[in-house]
Design a protein around this ligand. Structure first.
Ligand code: GRG
Length: 297
């Protein structure tokens, strides 16, 4: 892809630099704690710095570019999104949840630190996410309230928590498509949507612009999850870097691998179509959508 603002190589380099920037800021937020809490902090850092792709902060910053938001105004939000995501991974892997033993090619958090510490690491990170946004002097009180309220609703009962509940209680190998959609809309797509729409709040986006970003994120989120399921069906643990679930609802199993492949393309196409209103400024968002389409883990 050659788009305005640089070659694909430039965009990939920009993504890598943004990831490093996010890592550095996360380290600052996580630094200097009470020595009694060293093991808890180590457990948090173990998962927070274990090679995540930082897609949600990246999306947040790309939306920031659309509205010329200075980076300093999005740092706390971008890091909060990654903290929420990491908290959800730690919790998801717990034995009474999805019982994942491997995450990003390494033993899951609770395998190393125990279920008690892992549960606290997850709740601690989730709470820290709200705290850093609320304490950010770069954001007005009005923006903080709107951003944190959006984040809380995306995480809560009608968000990721609800998606996880339905997944745990109603997911089985063959299931209703509407239940499968509910799970993935709430477990996966919703945090993508929040990554774009909260940045849009900071950027004073219009309703039309916010709707376009929401549609992009929803479609990317679905493409992302279907691809995740395809990788689960096709992959080996070593390549995938996480435990594979054979007995759960899975788009690739429900629709068949060929149709699932088509759906990934279709959802990605719809995502890219949604952001045409930003033509001339959307090359990195296009690149992000295409990059996710090609991912192997
Ligand atoms: C927010 C603590 C908290 C709980 C909410 C446990 C739970 C309830 C929800 C689980 C949500 C979940 C784990 C969804 C899976 C989303 C997904 C496809 C994750 C993989 O994302 P990547 O590929 O991961 O961005 P990396 O490893 O790159 O960070």
């Amino acid at each position: 892809m050659a788009a305005s603002g640089g070659s694909m190589e430039d965009v990939v380099k920009y993504f890598q630099q943004t990831r490093e920037f996010v890592d550095d800021r996360l380290r600052e937020y996580m630094g200097g704690g009470e020595p009694l809490l060293d093991i808890l902090q180590e457990s948090i850092n173990y998962t927070l710095f274990s090679g995540g792709k930082r897609i949600r902060p990246l999306f947040c910053f790309l939306v920031g570019e659309l509205f010329d938001i200075p980076r300093r105004k999005l740092v706390s939000l971008a890091c909060a999104l990654e903290m929420i995501h990491t908290a959800s991974l730690i919790m998801d892997d717990l034995p009474h949840m999805d019982d994942g033993q491997i995450r990003r090619g390494k033993p899951a958090n609770h395998v190393i630190y125990g279920q008690d510490v892992a549960a606290l690491a997850s709740i601690g990170l989730l709470t820290k996410a709200y705290e850093i946004v609320l304490e950010d002097p770069a954001l007005s009180d009005d923006k903080k309230v709107r951003v944190v309220s959006k984040l809380a609703s995306v995480v809560g009962i009608n968000g990721m928590v609800g998606g996880q509940f339905v997944d745990l209680k109603y997911s089985k190998e063959s299931m209703d498509f509407s239940i499968l959609d509910y799970i993935h809309l709430h477990k996966t797509a919703s945090l993508f949507v929040a990554s774009g729409t909260t940045a849009a709040i900071v950027g004073d986006a219009t309703k039309e612009q916010t709707d376009a970003l929401e549609s992009y994120a929803n479609n990317v989120g679905f493409a992302f999850q279907i691809l995740d399921d395809l990788l689960d069906v096709r992959g080996k643990v070593g390549e995938l870097g996480k435990s594979m679930k054979q007995d759960k609802g899975n788009f690739a199993k429900s629709y068949g691998v060929e149709r699932a492949d088509q759906l990934v393309e279709e959802y990605t196409g719809r995502a890219l179509e949604s952001i045409r209103i930003f033509d001339g400024r959307n090359n990195k968002l296009i690149a992000l959508g295409l990059m996710l389409l090609k991912r192997k883990s």
